[in-house]
Design a protein around this ligand. Structure first.
Ligand SMILES: C[S@@+](CC[C@H](N)C(=O)[O-])C[C@H]1O[C@@H](n2cnc3c(N)ncnc32)[C@H](O)[C@@H]1O
Length: 275
């Protein structure tokens, strides 16, 4: 079976994040920074997969202590019972770690984190962020606020699962979907239409008809999102593309960073997953 298919994504994504984190902490070992791990969609600690229970990324990352752990772990999980379960598991398994679990919307907490990092006394603080939503919950404005900060961010982007599904082929997109796309991409409706659709046509009755969606919407979406991330962060890794059983891309997983070493490490942990 091709490793990129189906349920295996979850394990692969967790492997990418834990391998990267291990390398990140090794690079940071002798550096004088205060290190925070921020997980914006933390889950409950466990993941059910094909009748098995596997450990989620939060517990895997908490287990890394060689060469050193983070100074603080900050977990955000909207659903209270998941947040409570995660908190209980951390207390039990990692009582020595300094951590916070907040049951709130990640968009709110990203803003709070950015405000915290902008305080002059936090100029030696660096954050490794993991943003792992299932859908299109992450607002573009929440990411923009991270510009110029010492944040490395792994982000799961539902381009096939979300964006291209909303971009209807005939261009007739409901107002609710248009607004979802605008919030997610941080673009005006006209910009989104110009990017993904042929020009409006006038039919035989002299009426304006929406242009059809251009070919390769998913490739265009991936190029667009990568370019958008590059307006916030200096570097964006190649994506780890997660495909369904029909080989269609569902999610793109990127590291966005201002640091070249981080970029190199990310590309090296993603690369073997292509083979
Ligand atoms: C894909 S799962 C995360 C899995 C997790 N990274 C792990 O390895 O176990 C997404 C989680 O985000 C939570 N969630 C959904 N919307 C959210 C939001 N706006 N802010 C924070 N958490 C949210 C869901 O309840 C769900 O537990």
């Amino acid at each position: 079976m091709n490793n990129n298919f189906g349920g295996d994504w979850t394990s692969q994504k967790i492997e990418i994040v834990t391998s990267y984190t291990q390398a990140y902490l090794t690079v940071m070992k002798n550096q004088p920074f205060n290190l925070i791990y921020f997980d914006g969609f933390a889950g409950s600690g466990d993941i059910e997969q094909d009748e098995n229970i596997i450990q989620g990324a939060a517990l895997r990352v908490l287990a890394i202590d060689d060469p050193k752990p983070f100074d603080l772990y900050y977990f955000v999980e909207l659903v209270k019972k998941y947040a409570d379960n995660l908190k209980a598991q951390i207390k039990l398994k990692f009582p020595e770690r300094k951590f916070v679990v907040r049951s709130e919307d990640c968009n709110v907490k990203i803003k709070d984190m950015a405000a915290y990092l902008r305080k002059p006394e936090q100029n030696m603080t660096k954050v490794l962020a993991f943003i792992d939503p299932k859908g299109m919950q992450v607002k573009w404005e929440s990411l923009e606020i991270l510009r110029g900060l010492g944040v490395d961010m792994w982000i799961l982007v539902p381009l096939g699962m979300g964006v291209t599904r909303l971009l209807k082929k005939d261009g007739n997109i409901s107002d609710a979907w248009v607004s979802k796309l605008q919030v997610f991409l941080g673009m005006q409706e006209s910009e989104i239409r110009n990017y993904f659709y042929a020009d409006e046509l006038i039919n035989l009755f002299g009426e304006a008809v929406a242009g059809q969606r251009l070919d390769n919407a998913i490739v265009r979406a991936a190029k667009l999102y990568q370019e958008r991330l590059n307006t916030i962060f200096k570097f964006v890794s190649q994506p780890f593309v997660m495909r369904n059983s029909k080989n269609s891309p569902m999610y793109h997983f990127y590291l966005a960073t201002n640091n070249t070493t981080a970029l190199k490490i990310a590309n090296s942990v993603i690369k073997p997953k292509y083979q």
